[in-house]
Design a protein around this ligand. Structure first.
Ligand SMILES: Nc1nc2c(c(=O)[nH]1)N[C@H]1C(S)=C(S)[C@@H](COP(=O)(O)O)O[C@H]1N2
Ligand SMILES: [Mo]
Length: 181
């Protein structure tokens, strides 16, 4: 009788130990297998193009990556850098802004306002951005020296490589608005 009681106690203890360890193992497993964060790439940047345009647009960093890319060398307050991105004019043309033969008459009253997340804004006249008018290339950069822009620069920055001052190198660009004078 005593022996069988002991054996019973031993079995009970063993069962409790087994259940405890199984529960622990399962909960650890559950913790390690929580629903993973979606692997779909979350766009880093969103840019809206609105105002006096035929097709208002929202472009993500992925959309910009697929467009014709340009590299320009610029001097940011004495620090030379290579900036890569998309021509501002190209983005406007995507939104249906008329360039070339179409940039005449009333269309010459239009101008671009580049708006930043901190409220900074700068204006460009459309002929400054139209390859039919000028060989200058003004880009909306998302990379500097091969690395994605970040921090204070934001993810998108205007680069006007040939200007002697950097005041129109708008950082943290979030919106392009075309307006009529
Ligand atoms: N969003 C935003 N962009 C901006 C500014 C600003 O205040 N906000 N300052 C401009 C001015 S006046 C200059 S000289 C340069 C300075 O750039 P840096 O801080 O990278 O040297 O950014 C330009 N772009
Ligand atoms: Mo400046």
């Amino acid at each position: 009788m005593k022996t069988s009681f002991r054996r019973h106690l031993a079995y009970s203890c063993f069962t409790v130990a087994l259940l405890t360890s199984a529960t622990f193992t399962l909960s650890t497993f559950a913790q390690n297998n929580r629903t993973p964060t979606p692997s779909v790439a979350v766009p880093r940047a969103e840019l809206t193009i609105s105002g006096e345009v035929e097709r208002p647009l929202t472009l993500t960093s992925a959309d910009l990556a697929k467009m014709v890319r340009h590299t320009v060398r610029g001097n940011d307050h004495g620090t030379a850098g290579t900036f890569e991105g998309v021509a501002l004019g190209e983005i406007l043309q995507r939104a249906g802004v008329k360039f070339g033969e179409g940039l005449r008459g009333r269309n010459l009253e239009l101008f671009l306002v580049v708006e930043a997340a901190d409220g900074y804004r700068a204006v460009f006249a459309l002929p400054e951005l139209d390859p039919a008018f000028t060989d200058r290339l003004i880009i909306l950069a998302d990379k500097r020296d091969g690395k994605l822009l970040s921090g204070k620069e934001g993810s998108l920055r205007v680069v006007t490589p040939d200007e002697k001052r950097q005041a129109r190198w708008v950082r943290q660009v979030v919106r392009l608005v075309v307006r009529r004078a």
